[in-house]
Ligand binder design. Structure first.
Ligand SMILES: *Cc1c(COP(=O)(O)O)cnc(C)c1O
Length: 230
């Protein structure tokens, strides 16, 4: 087996164990393979193991990888920060966007979504307390943002996403994820999709209801940021 195949098997086992430990059906937790900074060949290897959903953060890198891999029926997710002048290619070339954090971006994605494609699936990124990233709406802004995004015709609002501050403490990891779950269930109507959990905290995220875990390092190894990305 290749390293990637072994890693996929290990991550799948972690997901199963975490789901079972909290009485959840492992099939409710989907694996998003985060391939940012990794070559198209790594995606191809993961695809050969049955992985279909891949997440990318950097638009130019993602678009060139998509071209190289156009022969594969991959479901592409955009998970990085979004500049408003970059929304059109995102609307055209992805099935999901996990990192929408303001209405202007959502409006542009909806206007620019080609009408021959299904609605773009959206998670709103929330900056929960102590979040490492500067992206994300505040919990206070979330209800109005969700209500406005629901009205946009070419988007389908599915859920929430967060990038909690890295912590080695399971209780702290769970508290952050519980906060996102609570925010999703407090919305009217509640949102079912929870995109949370990365290589170091997927167990905590699954215990708190994650439906997408976004895993990079545990599948593809450590990233090398020596080369610039855009
Ligand atoms: C890079 C990244 C991931 C994957 O993180 P790992 O710790 O490598 O698993 C997940 N989500 C987002 C938004 C990322 O930018």
């Amino acid at each position: 087996m290749s390293t990637i195949a072994e890693n996929i098997a290990k991550v799948a086992a972690r997901i199963r164990a975490a789901a079972q430990a909290s009485g959840r059906d492992p099939a409710q937790v989907q694996l998003l393979a985060v391939s940012k900074t990794k070559p198209a060949q790594a995606v191809r290897e993961a695809f050969a193991c049955g992985q279909r959903d891949f997440g990318e953060n950097y638009l130019q890198e993602a678009l060139s990888k998509q071209q190289e891999l156009a022969d594969l029926p991959i479901t592409w997710h955009f998970i990085g920060p979004i500049q408003s002048n970059k929304t059109r290619p995102i609307a055209e070339h992805f099935a999901w966007v996990h990192s929408v954090d303001r209405l202007k971006i959502a409006q542009r994605l909806s206007e620019q979504r080609p009408t021959n494609l299904p609605p773009l699936k959206i998670c709103l990124q929330v900056n929960i307390s102590g979040e490492a990233s500067k992206s994300g709406c505040t919990p206070e802004e979330l209800p109005a943002l969700a209500a406005a995004v629901t009205k946009l015709t070419n988007l389908q609002l599915c859920g929430l996403m967060a990038i909690p501050e890295p912590s080695d403490d399971l209780a702290q990891q769970r508290a952050a994820c519980a906060q996102l779950r609570q925010l999703a269930s407090d919305l009217q109507p509640p949102l079912a999709t929870l995109s949370m959990g990365m290589s170091h905290d997927l167990e905590a995220a699954i215990a708190e209801g994650a439906t997408w875990v976004r895993i990079g390092t545990a599948l593809f190894g450590a990233r090398d940021y020596a080369t610039p990305h855009s």
